[in-house]
Design a protein around this ligand. Structure first.
Ligand code: SF4
Length: 186
């Protein structure tokens, strides 16, 4: 097991794979779903639309890198109506993202972590009253960036659906392959 695999496993990641950022599609179609605000995060943080700019600006931000380490967190539910289990799963996912972020920062500081449901770094986001506390470290929303998460999972070779009575969350770390190699992560 290489250093990156160990780091992700220790953080609680279920599966991971790699995607070429230049093959990821950034679409207005997904952004439009975001704008319907079913997650209730729209216009609530610096890491979600409209604060993150247009889909084209988001694409350009990701394409400063060449690789995305896509990872998933799988949570078991008692049944498909287990709302508490879903909430607990969401909390677990946030913790995993924070752990991955922290562990990676001891190897490199220039990367962009995007996650289902957007930024979770601060207990309360400063948006819109004050600037973001960590503008270089926000966890932008995959969906807000216009990314079809099911397509991203397919591209990275990991499972989007993981069986009955489970919920799976996804995140991606945009970074440079050369840096992963130089830092001995892969
Ligand atoms: S880092 Fe903090 S202030 Fe910045 S977007 Fe995330 S939650 Fe908001």
């Amino acid at each position: 097991m290489n250093v990156l695999e160990q780091l992700l496993k220790d953080a609680g990641v279920f599966e991971h794979g790699f995607a070429d950022v230049f093959k990821i599609q950034f679409t207005q179609e997904v952004r439009a779903m975001c704008e319907m605000n079913t997650c209730r995060k729209y216009n609530k943080t610096w890491a979600c639309p409209p604060a993150i700019g247009t889909v084209e600006e988001c694409r350009d931000r990701v394409q400063q890198y060449d690789t995305m380490v896509v990872f998933s967190v799988k949570c078991d539910l008692e049944d498909s109506f287990d709302y508490e289990g879903m909430v607990a799963g969401g909390e677990k996912f946030k913790q995993v993202c924070l752990s991955v972020d922290k562990a990676l920062r001891s190897y490199m500081d220039d990367f962009l972590l995007l996650a289902n449901e957007g930024c979770d770094k601060c207990k309360e986001c400063t948006y819109p009253d004050a600037p973001c506390r960590f503008p270089e470290q926000t966890h932008g929303s995959l969906e807000g960036y216009g990314i079809f998460v099911s397509e991203l999972a397919k591209q990275a070779g990991i499972h989007y659906i993981n069986g009955a009575d489970t919920v799976t969350y996804f995140a991606g770390v945009a970074c440079r392959w050369d840096t992963l190699v130089q830092k001995g992560l892969v």
